[in-house]
Design a protein around this ligand. Structure first.
Ligand code: SF4
Ligand code: SF4
Length: 75
């Protein structure tokens, strides 16, 4: 059976990010976390479930969650 687990790319636009901390505070899986200067960093991209809470709640539109199409689950 083919794995249907979806994968997501988490992309930050640090030119727009104001390091407010909302994104990693709302992330339910700790896929992203606080980094240097309170800016977000990716902690575990594989943990991202694509809920897009971070993307929706970022006041500066600095996050894009991109679904990776048709990829197998590389272990
Ligand atoms: S919510 Fe947006 S502006 Fe705030 S830290 Fe995250 S990426 Fe930066
Ligand atoms: S889409 Fe959801 S799981 Fe993925 S980084 Fe954003 S808040 Fe976390």
């Amino acid at each position: 059976m083919v794995s249907l687990k979806k994968h997501y790319l988490v992309k930050f636009n640090y030119d727009l990010c104001k390091a407010c901390g909302i994104c990693y505070t709302v992330c339910p899986t700790q896929a992203i976390r606080k980094g240097k200067g309170n800016a977000p960093v990716i902690a575990d991209e594989k943990a991202c479930i694509g809920c897009k809470q971070c993307e929706r709640l970022c006041p500066d539109f600095a996050i894009d969650i991109i679904e990776k199409e048709g990829e197998d689950d590389h272990v």
